[in-house]
Design a protein around this ligand. Structure first.
Ligand code: UT7
Length: 333
């Protein structure tokens, strides 16, 4: 191994709960309509975890990790570090990453969570890249796993229509050949914390529709102000990433943005002048899965053949904190 290895994506995976909650079903829970949700967000349905189906945050993260490890063709013994980005770990402690480590039997790995709102995955990516480049790890799992449905106030139509559960994962491997993660940028502005926060409580049981009666937990959001910050911050950091890598818009094969709202993604597309047909979106099927949204979308795009070896991929994230970030990856598989 040379003094400064490169961090290559060796595998991707994802997992979502079975249960689909459609906009039409939501019409029976809160005063909303399929038409409003589609027009304002682009979301058609989302997934909710259920009891007894192995769909906890750690279960979803483990399933996504296993799929990524299959593509990377690595065994659990090779994993040096497991970084899980989540704001909805099954327990306050231990971390979701430790529970995932246990399920994977990745006994040699160090495991910890990153909490950076919906941007957590890009934060995890930066840590993984830094540790590989520093020679501290050769194989790192970065996982985004979330069950936002457990924190949503199912009586607040302004937020409960937006979120869903799921997980995505990647295996990053140290290699001598240049390529892989070309840059990461992460930013925060805690002064804007109160645009999106969780008021109280711990994750509840996953059977959300039975849980509505009890609601000790709430996501609070100032959607409109958040929308504008999301567009401004994500466009800005995407442009910084391109400039740092001396890439122009035509060099980017695909953009994988955080999947919060189709209108936010369209506005970013306009601002950075990369057409919408080069943005991958799946929020119509999953809603906003917080920090799972980017690895989940990346895995789908890869498996659909939309990302090829050598392609430049731009990731761009935004979330509670506020936090935002971006990464440019030259695809290795
Ligand atoms: O992942 C972390 C980052 N998240 C984000 O960045 C989310 C950013 N924000 C958004 O995506 C959008 O602001 C929302 C989708 C949350 C809301 O869309 P909007 O166009 O900003 O709507 P609004 O909040 O300004 O509400 C417009 C109207 C209001 O009614 P009035 O006051 O005009 O009579 C709301 O009460 O829409 C009403 N409304 C709804 N109506 C039907 C809000 N939620 C709903 C709903 N169904 N679910």
């Amino acid at each position: 191994m040379t003094a400064m290895p490169f961090s290559h994506i060796a595998g991707t995976g994802s997992a979502v709960p079975e249960r689909i909650l459609s906009n039409h079903e939501l019409e029976k829970i809160v005063d909303t309509s399929d038409e409003w949700i589609m027009r304002r967000t682009g979301i058609k349905e989302r997934r909710l975890s259920s009891t007894g189906k192995h769909e906890s945050t750690a279960d979803l993260g483990t399933a996504a990790a296993r799929r990524a490890m299959e593509i990377a063709d690595i065994s659990e013994r090779q994993i040096d570090t497991i970084i899980t980005s989540t704001v909805t770990a099954d327990r306050i402690t231990p971390s979701a990453a430790c529970l995932i480590q246990h399920q994977l039997e990745a006994n040699h790995a160090a495991a910890f969570d990153v909490s950076a709102g919906c941007s957590g995955f890009t934060y995890g990516l930066e840590l993984a890249d830094a540790s590989i480049r520093a020679g501290k790890a050769e194989t790192v799992l970065v996982i985004g796993a979330e069950r936002l449905s457990t924190f949503v106030n199912w009586q607040d139509r302004g937020t409960c229509v937006l979120f869903g559960d799921g997980a995505g994962a990647i295996v990053i491997s140290a290699r001598d050949a240049p390529g892989g993660i070309l840059s990461t940028h992460i930013r925060s502005d805690g002064a804007l914390w109160d645009l999106l926060y969780c008021e109280d409580g711990n994750p509840g049981p996953p059977d959300i529709l039975n849980y509505i009666k009890h609601i000790p937990f709430h996501i609070k959001m100032e959607g409109n102000r958040l929308f504008k910050k999301a567009v401004a911050f994500m466009a800005d950091i995407a442009l910084q990433s391109l400039a740092q890598n001396k890439l122009v818009r035509d060099d980017i094969a695909i953009v994988i943005p955080h999947q919060a709202n189709l209108r936010i993604i369209q506005a970013i597309s306009e601002k950075i002048d990369i057409p919408m047909d080069r943005f991958y979106t799946n929020l119509h099927r999953y809603g906003n899965t917080s920090s799972a949204s980017i690895p989940l979308a990346m895995d789908e795009a890869f498996r659909q053949g939309l990302i090829k070896k050598g392609d430049h991929v731009l990731l761009v994230s935004f979330g509670a904190g506020l936090t935002w970030g971006a990464a440019v990856i030259q695809w290795s598989i």
